[in-house]
Ligand binder design. Sequence first.
Ligand SMILES: C[S@@+](CC[C@H](N)C(=O)[O-])C[C@H]1O[C@@H](n2cnc3c(N)ncnc32)[C@H](O)[C@@H]1O
Length: 311
Amino acid sequence: MMANEMTIRRLKTQRRFWFQVHLYLDLALVTGFSRWLWKRRKEREQWRNGSSKTWARAGTLAGTLLLAVHLIAQVPEFNFYPEFRRWWFALPADQRQSFESVLERYKQRLSTEGTPTEEIGRRLQLMRTRRTELEADFWDRFFTSSTPEFNTKPNAFLMSVVEGRPAGRALDVGMGAGRNTIFLAQRGWDVTGFDPAGKAVALAQQRAKELGLTIHTQVALDREFDFGHGRWDLILLSWMPPNEVARMVAGLRPGGIVVFEGPRTWFPQNGLLKQFDALRVIRYEDQVTRGDYFVQSDIPVVRLLAEKPGR
Ligand SMILES: C[S@@+](CC[C@H](N)C(=O)[O-])C[C@H]1O[C@@H](n2cnc3c(N)ncnc32)[C@H](O)[C@@H]1O
């Protein structure tokens, strides 16, 4: 009995001893493993933070560089075009009847100045076959110039129209560098803008990002753009000719508006009114005033605010 009791007590003591050894070992193991896991997580986090910061920095730098290269790069073979365009627009109206007659006059001018025949031929060929590209390049140069010749503030007529009007979905046709697109986005409108001048559009996107705004953009001509049906509450043509009136009107929602401002010289008498005949005219102005765009002089300007009936 005594021997048995002693054996049992010894066994119990041994078991307690091994139990404690086990416990300490388990504790040591669990603690060590957790510390190792924690350390690894920390290291991974540090690496991830560091590397994502590095990637973000590299991304921003690459983006800025790309945009800079994109903005600076111009097509050298088109260098003559801005000067041609200025000369062309300064011609009296009766000498600007058709583009072909303008080219003929330009050819004579270049010959008189002693420009080599080959160069004259090259320019005329470009203007006959790649006019859209020449125009886009012209506007890209215009908008990315360090000395802008235009009003960088939003169009004042648009500002007055939008005042007190609930925000909706807007389209800026021929948005340029997006002064009005950005203004509308700032006023809470869901804005889309498009223009064939890709560098100007990229500049608009860059500015919107810097301001924390979202704008939707496309590099496109009006004849390529899908205006949809009943989609827009506001369509803006700011110093952009209304070429696609029927498709624009179809794209307006009932109650949606068209806002136009531009030079009167683009239209025959009351031509702007006639073009938007399908809409109810709310405001129409025809006056000589300081151009909102080429700000340096007073010019005849027409403005239109018209609404699609049927709301
Ligand atoms: C005088 S700027 C006006 C830009 C802008 N609407 C503003 O008020 O700041 C004319 C713009 O119309 C664009 N444009 C010219 N023809 C176009 C066309 N067929 N389709 C779309 N945009 C055009 C040009 O690229 C240029 O950016």
